[in-house]
Design a protein around this ligand. Structure first.
Ligand code: F6P
Length: 462
């Protein structure tokens, strides 16, 4: 049983859902048979029955939510409290008692709906910050199934995360799982420090913790991509019309690419600022490079996102106004989604991939950019030290995205890097991507979740 807020219900033709994570989880579910459960994405003011869609051995069960539920649970607590706190942004955190209550109420509602589907031997894998308390509600209802939780976003250090409303309830909710997975060692350390600080669990060693007589495992499971498949897609994308149009429009200029949801955690404004700083300080680069930033709008109902959308647009406009010419637009800023194949082809065409979030759980764009490159003439990844991906991709040009000048210098260094160094760095990163694909991630998590010893402490061990 996979649970996530968004559920990639396939179209009626049964075609697989797009996106590496969805594809990998679908594959794991197809092998074992099972359900994917979550929100339908629709609003309904009446309580409607669960909608179940069967595709082969996998069924998708989704439920509608009322507008109030969405406002308080999704746009409220999840995205105005949990999201900013987990991304170290207390300045953007909005505390509201209504939203907090709504988050727990909607989680209880999801738990009740999920309960109608559960069988005693079902293994349940719950994803992301929307559903932290789900296991606690299921346990209260008497479910003793194996339950795993994976957080796709970072977990902030104690002093930051403890500012979260209902912090202790959120934290103790995580102790109700059998396995709690994070993207990086840093997140694991931050989380276990919180457990210690609050004296909420006892360290049994080897990643095992005990709380209220239950043992649970905490570990890092860095998520990967479908490395070979994505690489294949990038190779084949040369016939893709959008990629061809883009290449034709580039003439002999170098392409620098950034691809992100329009989110303040991604550091998009700071990135454009660094690009502008580079043009200011290295006039020889003017008219030689184009920066393409593809940024579909996201969570626009959340006020902090709306404000940031204006700031990014202003920064792009200002840069073009200051440095552009009649025949050259330095920043091409696009607010629409682009297909996976087109993205793969664009990454392959780009000499530099800019992945400079201020904080990120992993960031799969970094991995996709590397996987798309030609081994004989690879581009350079400029990667934020604060992306989870930096733990594995340490052969990228690592930058502090808050340091505009240093990031500007890294862009120039990337553009001027010798072929030999580009190949060396790329090879090292590809080796990491091949040894940890999304299939490894899925299999590792499931192995720990299904093989860990039963959660009850042996007698006399207390
Ligand atoms: O990064 C966390 C995450 O849940 C991703 O898994 C997902 O791509 C993104 O946020 C989606 O956000 P939303 O569902 O709010 O559009």
């Amino acid at each position: 049983m996979v649970v996530s807020n968004r559920v990639p219900v396939p179209s009626d033709s049964g075609s697989p859902a797009a996106g590496g994570l969805a594809v990998a989880l679908n594959a794991a579910l197809q092998q074992r048979g099972g359900f994917w459960f979550g929100w339908s994405g629709n609003v309904s003011e009446e309580e409607t029955p669960l909608q179940v869609h069967d595709f082969g051995r996998v069924s998708y069960a989704v439920t509608d939510l009322s507008q109030r539920d969405i406002d308080e649970y999704y746009a409220g607590f999840a995205n105005r409290a949990l999201w900013p706190v987990c991304h170290y942004r207390l300045d953007l955190t909005e505390i509201s008692a209504n939203d907090t209550a709504g988050y727990f109420r909607v989680n209880e509602f999801f738990a009740r709906r999920l309960a109608t589907l559960l069988k005693p031997d079902d293994v349940i894998w719950i994803h992301d910050y929307h559903f932290i308390p789900l296991a606690a509600y299921l346990r209260q209802m008497g479910f003793e199934n194996r339950m795993g939780f994976f957080l796709h976003i970072p977990w902030a250090p104690y002093d930051v995360s403890s500012a979260l409303p209902a912090y202790q309830t959120v934290l103790s909710g995580l102790t109700r799982y059998d396995v709690v997975g994070f993207q990086t060692r840093r997140d694991v350390e931050n989380f276990t420090r919180c457990l210690e600080q609050e004296k909420m669990a006892r360290d049994l060693g080897d990643g095992r913790w005990e709380a209220d007589g239950r043992v649970f495992k905490v570990d890092a499971f860095p998520i990967g991509i479908e490395t070979d498949l994505f690489r294949q897609e990038a190779r084949e994308a040369k016939s893709n019309s959008l990629v061809r149009r883009m290449r034709a429009s580039m003439e002999d200029k170098h392409l620098i690419i950034g691809v992100d949801r329009l989110d303040y955690s991604k550091g998009i404004r700071q990135r454009i600022e660094a690009f502008a700083c580079m043009l200011e300080r290295f006039p020889n680069m003017r008219n030689k490079v184009t920066f393409l930033q593809i940024t579909p709008k996201s969570r626009s109902e959340v006020p902090e996102y709306l404000k940031m959308q204006h700031e990014v647009a202003e920064q792009a406009g200002w840069t073009n106004g200051k440095f552009g010419d009649v025949d050259w637009t330095p920043v091409r800023y696009i607010n629409k989604a682009v297909s996976r194949t087109s993205l793969a082809g664009l990454y392959r065409s780009a000499r530099v991939g800019m992945v400079t979030p201020l904080r990120d759980g992993m960031n799969l764009v970094a991995k996709e950019y590397v996987a798309s490159q030609r081994g004989t003439d690879p581009g350079v990844l400029v990667l934020s030290r604060f992306a989870g991906a930096a733990e594995e991709l340490d052969s990228a040009l690592l930058v502090n995205p808050y340091d505009t000048e240093a990031t500007a210098n890294a862009i120039v260094r990337a553009l001027e890097m010798s072929l030999e160094e580009r190949k060396e760095r790329w090879k090292a990163m590809m080796a990491r991507l091949r040894s940890n694909t999304v299939d490894h991630w899925c299999a590792n998590f499931m192995a720990v979740l299904t093989q860990e010893q039963s959660c009850a402490l042996p007698k006399g061990a207390e």
